[in-house]
Design a protein around this ligand. Structure first.
Ligand code: AOF
Ligand code: ZN
Length: 385
């Protein structure tokens, strides 16, 4: 049997379902599964919060006897390994499913084609690669961490009509309206970690949490690139570090002068004054006492930092500011998705220029969509996975 339009329709539903637990199943991917018998969905599930149970056994349990002879639609190849749960491929076989339709094959070395082989050996018909582009987008964090050993990076910018992202010395300036801000909250909720530079952390004193009622528990880990540990103990980030984790990435070389010596352009270096190491040690102790985790890693080289974050299980990272941090990631070629909110208001005098305008998106990015949130226009650009 070949793949039909109905197959694509059910897979689209499975992908949509999988998105429900995005950012809440780490380090497992959020997978969607539908069991369909005679064109009717008789079981459906998404990977449980925390990553287990996997999607398939839950959908099969709902379908029960009706799974016999049915078709299963799964966004990721069913697992074949005995991990923390038994293999999903075995469950599909045991329930007597006749056909399995898969969007994306699993790069996990414990699975990687073995799930499909197990199903076929049991006489089950398998079609893989259905709506693969959409499936890969829904699994972007998982696939990027598995295959590139780093998180999937989204850069979000809110730009005024005159191309500014803020005003010098004024802290947080409202650029977008409430609808766009609500959408950003939803994006944070499905992301593992959110990152800002020390300049933004000091100037804006942001909280970086999810405040949407009911979704507060989905706040991402908050990360500050802070070479010389300048994050104030009175900042909102430090004050709330015991409720939502804060990681401060400090320079291994302590002094920003050392970074200068590495030949990095001033456009990516934060404005910090050199400090002596005794001072650094006492600040580290104070931050740790307040519940902040201090990690020593080169904050100027995302290509070093990102694998370290992946090793901690972070699959998706949202870079929210400021201009220097955005440039650092863009210049390293380590941005996978760009979201630009274009707002109608003008910042004018003293504006901080956006590191990126909708007219100079780096090559390799494809324009994916334009959506309106109130008066603000969101343009989304992605690179291929
Ligand atoms: C599936 N269905 O819903 C998910 C899968 O640590 P474990 O034992 O839970 O295994 C984690 C691996 O399981 C993960 O790397 C990926 O290969 C797979 N995730 N597989 O059949 C699911 N979430
Ligand atoms: Zn599984």
């Amino acid at each position: 049997m070949s793949v039909t339009a109905d197959d694509e329709g059910f897979m689209a539903s499975a992908i949509r379902l999988s998105r429900r637990h995005l950012g809440r199943t780490a380090t497992n991917p959020s997978v969607g599964c539908l069991i369909v018998r005679n064109g009717v969905v008789v079981g459906s599930a998404v990977t449980a919060l925390g990553g287990r149970p996997h999607a398939e056994p839950q959908a099969l349990a709902e379908a029960g006897e009706r799974a016999r002879g049915a078709t299963a639609y799964v966004t990721l190849e069913p697992c074949s390994h005995h991990g923390k749960t038994p293999p999903c491929a075995e469950a599909l076989i045991a329930y007597g499913v006749a056909r399995v339709v898969i969007s994306v094959t699993d790069p996990d070395p414990r699975v990687s084609g073995r799930g499909i082989a197990m199903l076929r050996q049991a006489g089950i018909e398998v079609d893989a690669g259905v709506l693969e582009t959409e499936g890969r987008r829904s699994l972007a964090g998982y696939l990027t961490r598995q295959t590139k050993n780093r998180p999937y990076v989204t850069l979000k910018l809110a730009v005024s009509a005159d191309g500014m992202i803020g005003r010098e010395g004024e802290g947080q300036v409202a650029i977008t309206g409430p609808e766009a801000r609500a959408e950003v909250q939803a994006l944070r909720a499905e992301t593992d970690a959110i990152l800002v530079g020390i300049g933004t952390a000091i100037a804006d004193d942001p909280l970086l949490t999810v405040r949407t009622p009911g979704l507060e528990a989905q706040s991402p880990i908050r990360i500050v690139l802070d070479p010389s540990l300048a994050l104030p103990l009175t900042s909102k980030l430090v004050q709330t570090a015991r409720e939502v984790p804060v990681i401060v990435v400090a320079s291994e070389k302590v002094s920003p002068l050392a970074a200068d010596a590495e030949g990095l352009p001033p456009s990516v270096l934060p404005d910090i004054s050199p400090t002596d190491s005794a001072d650094i040690d006492s600040r580290r102790t104070a931050l740790e006492t307040a519940g902040v985790e201090v990690v020593y890693c080169n904050p100027y080289h995302p290509e070093v930092l990102l694998p370290a974050l992946a090793t901690r299980g972070i699959s998706s990272l949202l870079v929210e500011g400021g201009a220097k941090t955005a440039r650092l990631f863009l210049e390293a070629g380590l941005v996978d998705r760009i979201q630009i909110y274009q707002a109608p208001g003008v910042i004018g005098e003293g504006g901080i220029e956006s590191p990126l305008q909708a007219t100079d998106i780096p090559s390799g990015f494809m324009h994916m969509s334009t959506r309106m949130f109130g008066d603000d226009r969101l343009d989304e650009y992605e690179r291929g996975l």
